[in-house]
Design a protein around this ligand. Structure first.
Ligand SMILES: [Fe+2]
Length: 293
């Protein structure tokens, strides 16, 4: 079964966060119908350790304005560059928080990195639903499918909804290329295969990016098509071999600094956007492991 079979075209509203270059989405069947929220952002000021819900509240306002019922709060992966607002959004709007089932691999790695409390169980229970590869689900009248696309992380999922695919960090806009593969469990060979899988979809399939890092002189953008990516993605256009891609990716990744928000992001995102439990003074703390990353 494919997600494109006899499903109406989804309506998509994008929300760009210039602080983290992240694009969040509301994908819905029709006004008054059902929606999924994809890759939401909880604003975080690294200097002060303060969070804010300004970005998330824009999604809340849109959902209320369109009178939508939230069915799903989807994460394409455990992001390393922004905190997820999934926990906050579920409280405001309801819906099930879902991510790929291999999130347990990521939780195991980072439970050790952050020496998390024994009560943190790396079995995915922090999420309401764990998608298996190719699992089919519904967003109101829309048929959707979780496509396993490991490489950037081992748990990455892309979500196909009708003729639209929310690709997470498998692909960026054609002039930016692809995401790094050097986080724990990342693998450039896997990413190449995942990208080729997405680019085997029909040429007019709309691909929605999770990020844009626009080069000087162009505005931020977040939607392209399979045909555009195959013709002109600077890293993976048609004709680039797996070996050439892996060599390019490995060389680039070796020169990249860690994302500014990786330490707070991962601690919150492996908890489905929830903060760690408060300590005995009633306050919440995030950790910084020294000389580990
Ligand atoms: Fe990412």
């Amino acid at each position: 079964m494919t997600a494109t079979a006899a499903t109406p075209a989804p309506q998509v509203q994008a929300f760009f966060d210039p602080a983290t270059w992240t694009v969040s989405y509301v994908v819905f069947d029709h006004a008054g119908g059902h929606c999924a929220l994809v890759d939401s952002v909880l604003d975080y000021d690294a200097k002060s350790g303060r969070t804010s819900t300004r970005s998330a509240d824009a999604l809340v306002a849109f959902v209320k304005d369109k009178a939508l019922t939230v069915q799903w709060i989807l994460e394409t992966h455990a992001h390393a560059d922004h905190l997820s607002a999934a926990h906050y959004l579920r409280k405001q709007l309801g819906g099930q928080i879902a991510i790929g089932a291999a999130i347990t691999d990521v939780q195991n790695v980072f439970k050790a990195v952050f020496h998390l409390e024994p009560e943190f169980h790396p079995d995915g229970r922090q999420f309401d639903h764990l998608f298996q590869p190719d699992e089919v689900f519904a967003i109101g009248d829309l048929r959707a499918q979780a496509l396993s696309v490991p490489g950037h992380t081992p748990a990455c999922m892309a979500y196909q909804v009708g003729n639209a695919v929310f690709v997470g960090d498998t692909l960026f806009m054609p002039d930016v290329g692809t995401a790094r593969c050097d986080f724990p469990g990342g693998n450039a060979h896997d990413l190449f295969q995942s990208v080729r899988k997405l680019l085997a979809l029909p040429g007019d399939t709309r691909l929605y990016m999770c990020h844009d890092y626009p080069p000087e002189g162009r505005d931020a953008a977040w939607v392209s098509t399979v045909a555009q990516q195959r013709a002109s993605n600077i890293h993976v256009h048609d004709g680039v071999s797996e070996d050439a891609f892996v060599a390019m990716r490995s060389q680039r990744d070796a020169g990249l600094a860690m994302p500014t928000q990786i330490l707070p992001s991962v601690q919150v995102n492996i908890r489905a956007g929830a903060m760690p439990p408060a300590e005995s003074d009633g306050r919440v703390y995030l950790k910084v492991p020294v000389n580990v990353l």
